[in-house]
Design a protein around this ligand. Sequence first.
Ligand code: 6PG
Length: 245
Amino acid sequence: MSTREINIASDITALSRMGADEFVRRAKESIAEHGIFTVALSGGSTPQGAHALLAEYKDLPWNKIHIFFGDDRHVPPDDKDSNYRAAKESLLSKINIRAENIHRIYTELDAQTAAQQYEDELKKFFQLPAGQWPRFDLIMLGMGPDGHTASLFPGTAALNENSRWVVANWVEKLNTWRITFTFPLINHAAEILYLVAGDEKTDVLKDVLENPNRNLYPSQRVQPIDGKMIWVIEHGAAKLLTNLK
Ligand code: 6PG
């Protein structure tokens, strides 16, 4: 059974606080339930404020937390565009967490190899029978103005991937490769937390949340199979929403 919750934040500061608080709540819940917390961070700029607030939670049992990435750009890990670098600067370098608990995508490899290597790392970590999907305790996502999420962009091949966990995805409009979780991997999560901000997303977000046609935008295809979906939306992005359920 899946549930959806929509929360409106008055500004990006409030969104960051709400995002950080939900991360901490879910971490404590997961650790209490099964001893660890598996979480995939999203990229982009919106979550950086939440990451910075999380860095203040020094008493969180970080060594019971395993941090993954829902996607990354095909750039070196120290590149200005790297999601790993952004997370390292805003959070990972500021907490007491073992290096082996941070599972970055090896984006310095060629894109196909990086995707296969990451999928192999996930399979080694989760140790599941063949054909079974991992159930992340939390996957954090953002949404672009075109309705993309992770690196699942409109009109790209990865939208149709139903068996791989991680793929390299050519994004023509950016003229670049990305490495990304696939929809089935995302949709098997126990909880998905979207953090969305920006007036430029207002129209698309209304469609994503309120248009029953599920084929308009990639973000509409994020539908947890048996999990919780929480949206934290900054007021500007939310101003056309009429149904907050
Ligand atoms: C990325 C992200 C991407 C991001 C959206 C929103 O690698 O860029 O994973 O899906 O979440 O583009 O980005 P902003 O939060 O910067 O608007």
